[in-house]
Write a protein of this length. Structure first.
Length: 675
């Protein structure tokens, strides 16, 4: 097969981005339009019947606290963009950013707060097309840096290999607390003159390694741009950089972790030495507006087609026109003159702010932001020597090319054996193929795998390690003996235990053994179900077992925030979510995260032994590698074992005594789930 030209490939990418943009926005609008307010709240993407009050200002935004008497559970989280509406939400244009949430309130940052937006309103999770627009604009204006990256991706140009011996010579200067594989990765990355790839499996300190690379690059007087696909990952990068590093965090300040607020551009602007000039100008603006508003505003009804120039000329001549008296003409002219002063002052403020922004970014040794925010005008003309990207295996090529356009060298970190970018439109599946995955396949010598994991009990890593990483990962001594007993559990009371028949299972769940599989094969009514009109699947028996186990663990002293419940299917998440205070998400929602205890409901159970997209083993890998101390899996072994990997997994569980038959909860539990 011949070489693919960059121009041809870029046209394909632009088309795919356009299709995905339409799919994402249409899915949101369709759901807002056709779901009842109650149903959209039930699926976690809206909150109804809220009243609000302005509680203050922060970094130029009004903070509005919305609340109601009844509790709500929602997928809307801090940093999310939301739509505020009263009546038909599709007609509303008012959007804000969530800054905080509780069980009965949610705080939203808004630029302006109309009076209608404070009583009996609805909040919807919202998306806009700004990220897609930035991708397309970057693709339409490729510079030499992005062209070079695409040449590597298309295998049209060869990269220079790195000599490990040469790379290792600078290891003495690296943080002594890092392990050998981290140090090797850092040395090789520093020695590369075009790109380098850090393969960071679960819990191996990928982000910490990138932070040290940033430090080392700064020591060489290189200016660094550090990005990631999500705000959370960017915040993690920021938090590990010491106070001696001059860094700035770009992006909406309300999407930034509270720990990092002092690193944001907005905070630094407010505390810049020149900001006092702006405060002085703003006071002058207030005085002028007070004078201006004593005059007649030239509204369309008053000006009757007269331009500002004609009003000013007639005022000089003290002449009325078109039925407007001379005094009103003079008053409107005065309003226009004073308003021009207000506009001039605002222009002056923007110039001062631009100067301050340029000064802050110029003095910053590292600039941190999401991939999308790397397209901000602030960074135009700024020269970076290297770009560092975390979550590279979760970034589409159009997304990652935005930061890569800023420097000749780039360092990517990720794990292509976990989930790819989330794509809604089936036609856009090619966007799942990432730059990281392709480059690590073409240039394995330009990569290094981190091999010491610091997250989980060694037992929990055994199967994914042998199945997905060729047994290349070792457990740090720090996690050698961690288990559920460390959480100081107490035996649940008799009411929690349901009845004596459940006691044996309770003891097994609470024992230090880190792994347990509960097989539903022999239970009555264990097959999956599909709700009318839904493309997803649920399993009522598994939901029942999952909820009982999670709630029983909480009664035993485990904090609800330490328990995560994972299911591959949205409908199963919706079924479980209302019945437990533990966090419930799909596999995608737990990517890159961890919990002390994870419970997995695999859902699939049917006579045809079909497992659907469980065949994507990256989902299995992510699911199995989120728990630190205890992992409980609920599933039907017969259906699962239609796939060879799941067969090996069940064999492994049985061999090590991690396998149990699930109890028959039909007779044990009076609580009924929706059918």
């Amino acid at each position: 097969m011949g070489k693919i030209s960059i121009d041809h490939y870029v046209k394909q990418l632009i088309n795919l981005v356009e299709l995905e943009k339409k799919a994402e926005i249409n899915a949101m609008l369709r759901e807002i339009k056709y779901f009842s307010p109650q149903k959209r709240e039930k699926v976690g993407r809206a909150i109804n019947h809220l009243n609000g009050k302005i509680t203050g200002q922060e970094l130029g935004f009004n903070l509005v606290k919305y609340g109601r008497k009844s509790q709500f559970k929602t997928e809307i989280n801090t940093g999310d963009l939301v739509l505020i509406s009263r009546g038909d939400p599709v007609k509303s244009k008012l959007t804000g950013t969530v800054t905080e949430k509780g069980s009965r309130f949610i705080i939203v940052a808004l630029e302006k707060v109309p009076l209608w937006a404070l009583k009996e309103i609805r909040i919807d999770l919202y998306v806009n097309d700004i990220t897609f627009r930035r991708m397309i604009e970057n693709l339409e204006k490729l510079n030499p840096h992005t062209k070079k990256a695409l040449q590597f991706f298309l295998n049209n140009e060869k990269s220079h290999s790195i000599k490990v011996a040469k790379a290792s010579t600078s290891a003495a200067d690296i943080d002594k607390n890092l392990n050998h594989s981290q140090k090797i990765a850092i040395c090789m990355a520093m020695a590369s003159n075009d790109f380098f790839l850090i393969h960071g499996p679960f819990g191996t300190g990928k982000t910490r390694t990138l932070q040290e690379i940033i430090v080392q690059e700064i020591k060489k007087c290189n200016k660094v741009l550090a990005t990631a696909e999500s705000n959370t990952a960017v915040d993690n990068l920021v938090e590990g950089l010491g106070e001696d590093i001059n860094s700035v965090r770009l992006g909406h300040p309300q999407r930034v972790s509270r720990k990092n607020i002092e690193k944001t551009l907005a905070y630094k602007l407010e505390n810049h030495p020149q900001h006092s000039k702006i405060r002085g100008i703003e006071k002058e603006i207030e005085k002028i507006i007070a004078k201006r508003d004593q005059n007649h505003k030239p509204s369309p009804a008053l000006r009757r087609g007269l331009s500002d120039t004609r009003i000013l000329l007639n005022a000089v001549k003290r002449r009325g026109v078109r039925g407007i008296s001379p005094n009103v003409i003079i008053s409107m002219a005065r309003w226009i003159e004073l308003n021009k002063k207000v506009e001039d002052y605002h222009l002056n403020i923007r110039k001062i702010e631009s100067h301050m922004v340029a000064d802050i970014i110029k003095k910053s040794e590292v600039v941190l932001c999401t991939n999308s925010s790397a397209a901000l005008d602030y960074l135009k003309g700024i020269k970076f020597q290297v770009v560092v990207v975390d979550e590279a295996s979760q970034s589409t090529i159009p997304s990652i090319l935005i930061p890569l356009s800023k420097a000749r060298r780039f360092i990517l970190a990720g794990d292509h054996r976990q989930l790819p970018p989330t794509i809604l439109n089936p036609q856009c599946k090619p966007l799942e193929k990432t730059l990281f995955e392709k480059l690590i396949r073409i240039y394995p010598e330009k990569s290094h795998m981190l091999n010491i994991q610091y997250r989980m009990n060694p037992v929990l890593m055994q199967f994914p390690n042998q199945e997905f990483y060729e047994k290349g990962i070792k457990a740090s001594g720090k996690v050698e003996k961690i288990n559920i007993a460390d959480l100081e559990l107490k035996n649940p009371d008799e009411n929690t235990a349901i009845n004596k028949k459940f006691e044996t299972l309770i003891k097994k769940i609470l024992r230090p053994q880190p792994l347990l599989f509960l097989d539903t094969l022999n239970l009555p009514h264990h097959y999956e179900k599909r709700s009318k009109g839904s493309t997803s699947i649920k399993n009522i028996i598994e939901a029942d077992i999952t909820t009982i186990i999670s709630n029983m663990m909480i009664k035993s002293g485990i904090k609800s925030e330490d328990i995560g419940i994972i299911s591959p299917y949205d409908d199963q998440v919706k079924l479980i979510n209302p019945h437990t205070p533990a966090e419930v998400h799909t596999v995608d929602g737990f990517q890159g995260r961890e919990k002390e205890i994870i419970i997995i409901s695999l859902v699939r159970s049917n006579p045809k032994r079909e497992i659907g997209f469980l065949k994507d083993l990256r989902r299995l890998n992510v699911s199995l590698t989120r728990a630190k101390r205890k992992l409980i899996i609920i599933g039907d072994s017969s259906t699962l074992c239609s796939h060879p990997t799941y067969t090996r997994f069940v064999d492994y569980l049985k061999k090590h005594d991690f396998y149990e038959n699930a109890p028959d909860l039909i007779s044990l539990n009076n609580k009924k789930f929706e059918k």
